[in-house]
Write a protein that binds this ligand. Structure first.
Ligand SMILES: Cc1ncc(C[n+]2csc(CCOP(=O)(O)OP(=O)(O)O)c2C)c(N)n1
Ligand SMILES: [Mg+2]
Length: 323
């Protein structure tokens, strides 16, 4: 099959999806106990989008994500310990504890950052693609963004420019069907947001966002196009937000009937079934146990890590004189 992931890649994707899920399960427990600061935005049920999209890129490609980016952080190869340390404000975190769970970045890993400003990763990835085009590099940039972000003005501006200048950028629209408490059909006159690609002269494609292999194949093809100089691609990954907007969400607006088919098509469950057929159920169980152990170890180490220290500077003499 064209652009299909290898068995080793599928194993790595499965491992990283389980790491992401476990990370969020443990974070959820800490949040309930009031031990996290601010809301946590979980990506349960959406792991295949971030993890498999990153798996289809090279290590030196760049990625931007959103406030709901744990799957992208893990997918881009950031260490679980560094992620946990950042979320808990420790000096050993990727941004020395200053970024937290929404604003985590690591340029060395090609992780340009999560973003609390809805839609802001879209022009950032587009600008990065422009710089790579000018520098004649064969790297690509990718942004994972939400259906809510797709309604922002900056999304149109960035896509227009990317289409016009054939920039090497991949737009992965993670359509989880909600922006905060607002269903997608109340935000947009079209059901399939990917049809907008035609307006920017780029290919638009819908993939099953709960199928890691389908996401991987679409992004691998888009990366190939971008490296060839054929410009951007819009990939709409259809998925569903199963855990509410954030840990502060009171819920009550997503019905059980609406959620049931998506819970049934959990991306980790689907991946486990596919992978078991290839490598056997025992190997899959071992991958999952290793992922959970990695998360437990990361929490143990990171939560013993030091907090940053701050120096308090006295006003300088020159400043005092002006007072
Ligand atoms: C520019 C801007 N407008 C509004 C908000 C408030 N806000 C935070 S998340 C969100 C919804 C985002 O929906 P979507 O892009 O679909 O992402 P999802 O939460 O579903 O992953 C909004 C409106 C914000 N953070 N930034
Ligand atoms: Mg959404």
């Amino acid at each position: 099959m064209i652009n299909a992931p290898s068995t080793d890649e599928l194993k790595d994707i499965h491992h990283k999806m389980v790491v992401t899920r476990e990370l969020e399960e443990v974070l959820g427990t800490y949040a309930k106990e009031g031990k996290t600061r601010g809301p946590i935005h979980r990506c349960d049920g959406q792991e295949a989008v971030g993890v498999a999209a990153c798996a289809a890129l090279r290590a030196d490609d760049y990625v931007c994500t959103t406030h709901r980016g744990h799957h992208v952080y893990v997918g881009k190869g950031l260490t679980t310990r560094g992620i946990v340390a950042e979320i808990f404000g420790r000096e050993t975190g990727y941004c020395k504890g200053r970024g937290g769970h929404m604003l985590l970045g690591d340029v060395k890993s090609g992780m340009l950052g999560g973003n609390a400003i809805v839609g802001a990763g879209i022009p950032a990835a587009t600008g990065m693609a422009l710089s790579m085009q000018i520098l004649k590099q064969d790297r690509v940039s990718m942004v994972v963004f939400g259906d809510g972000a797709a309604q922002t003005g900056i999304c149109h501006e960035a896509m227009n420019m990317a289409g016009l200048w054939k920039l090497p950028v991949i737009f992965v629209l993670e359509n989880n069907q909600y922006g905060l408490t607002v269903r997608q059909e109340v935000q947009s006159p079209v059901e399939d947001l990917s049809i907008r690609a035609a307006g920017y002269a780029m290919p638009g494609e819908i993939v099953d966002g709960n199928d890691a292999e389908a996401v991987y194949r679409a992004v691998a093809a888009a990366a190939e196009r971008a490296r060839r100089g054929d410009g951007p691609t819009l990939i709409e990954a259809k998925t569903y937000r199963v855990k509410g907007f954030s840990t502060s969400d009171m819920g009550g607006y997503q019905s059980e009937e609406e959620m049931a088919p998506w819970l049934d098509r959990d991306p980790i469950k689907l991946s486990a079934e596919k992978l078991s057929a290839l490598v056997g159920a025992e190997t899959v169980a071992a991958i999952e146990a290793a992922a959970r152990a990695e998360v437990a170890q990361a929490f143990e180490v990171a939560l013993s890590d030091p907090f940053p220290t701050f120096e308090i500077h006295a006003p300088s003499a020159a400043y005092s004189e002006t007072k």
